[in-house]
Design a protein around this ligand. Structure first.
Ligand code: AMP
Length: 309
């Protein structure tokens, strides 16, 4: 395996000011795997679903080269369910409901072939489960990227900090960076969070792009201005999947390559926003992505001459 991903595989109910999806497939690991699979042939997914989860989506993941030996299907149980409502700006949302369901029973047992994967993506999930995945790796992976959210900061902060101390890169949004660090300034927040263990911090700012903080360097990537944002759910996970998928493909962890990975992740996240749920990212091709990366290059390209004196 080149990459393993742990995270939710879920049903979502999504309300935006412009429409509603009553029951659509979502989950952090679903988006991450669909995005990363564009760059990789051998990747594994660790999660749990109930037998209410559609076979057709599992098939879709397998068709994209995602191995599901690590996905437990629990008979007679319901899959994780999340409901959210977006505000008018589509950058902020309220969680209306989180039903953990099968997630309460997730005690991951990694298939043998997953235990030497050089790249590990800890998708948003109970930090105890994220930690158990790391415990089962035979050697220290080449790169561990972790995503989390305020839900786990509110309910399991100490465990969360233990796992954060074991990862290379943490990806969270700006509000979560402020909550985790207790600092309003994102620059100060980054210093505090890097002190907790990770080498790099990615702060996702939705429509306003993403910041990459290293020990002594910062990089900013904008988000592509889209004509219509239909549903931003999963944009953060798609970003993470594109980011780690690109790094696993190139196997280069220099700051310059992390910058490229941020652009790739941002390009991929823009697709997810164009339709409800996984619909758009599931159909995206390498050519679509290359074209969009080119749009990013043009978006930020400028010449400037400093005025003398
Ligand atoms: P994103 O928009 O990238 O933050 O991710 C949205 C996805 O996260 C949805 O598809 C949800 O199923 C999933 N999700 C929502 N709440 C949680 C949670 N507390 N733990 C894990 N996954 C969640």
């Amino acid at each position: 395996m080149q990459l393993i991903t742990v995270g939710t595989v879920a049903f979502d109910r999504i309300e935006t000011p412009f429409g509603i999806a009553e029951k659509t497939v979502g989950g952090a690991a679903t988006y991450i795997s669909l995005a990363a699979s564009v760059f990789l042939d051998k990747m594994g997914l660790v999660s749990v679903v109930g037998d209410d989860f559609p076979e057709s989506v599992m098939q879709q993941l397998q068709d994209r080269g995602v191995d599901l030996a690590g996905l437990e299907v629990l008979k007679g149980k319901e899959s994780f369910f999340w409901a959210g409502r977006y505000h008018y700006d589509m950058n902020t949302r309220d969680t209306l409901e989180t039903r953990l369901n099968v997630l309460l029973e997730l005690d991951p047992k990694l298939p043998e072939s997953y235990r030497q994967a050089p790249y590990v993506m800890l998708g948003n999930l109970d930090p105890t489960v994220q930690g158990k995945v790391l415990d089962q790796m035979k050697d220290r992976p080449a790169l561990v990227v972790m995503d989390t959210m305020n839900f786990w900061m509110d309910s399991a902060l100490e465990k969360l900090k233990e796992v954060i101390a074991r990862v290379d890169i943490l990806t969270i949004n700006d509000a979560e960076a402020r909550q985790l660090s207790g600092e309003h300034s994102l620059v100060k927040a980054a210093v505090k969070i890097l002190d907790m263990g990770p080498k790099y911090l990615v702060v996702k700012k939705g429509e306003h792009g993403a910041l990459l903080f290293g020990p002594d360097r910062v990089f900013f990537a904008p988000a592509l201005p889209l004509e219509d944002v239909i549903d931003p759910t999963g944009a953060g996970d798609t970003f993470a999947g594109g980011f780690i998928g690109y790094l696993a493909r190139t196997q280069d962890h220099s700051f310059d390559n992390l910058k490229r990975a941020i652009i790739v992740g941002s390009a991929m996240a823009s697709f997810t926003c164009e339709k409800f749920g996984i619909e758009r990212i599931a159909e995206v091709s390498r050519e679509d992505i290359d074209e969009r990366i080119q749009q990013f290059v043009e978006l930020v390209d400028f010449d400037i001459e400093l005025v003398e004196g």
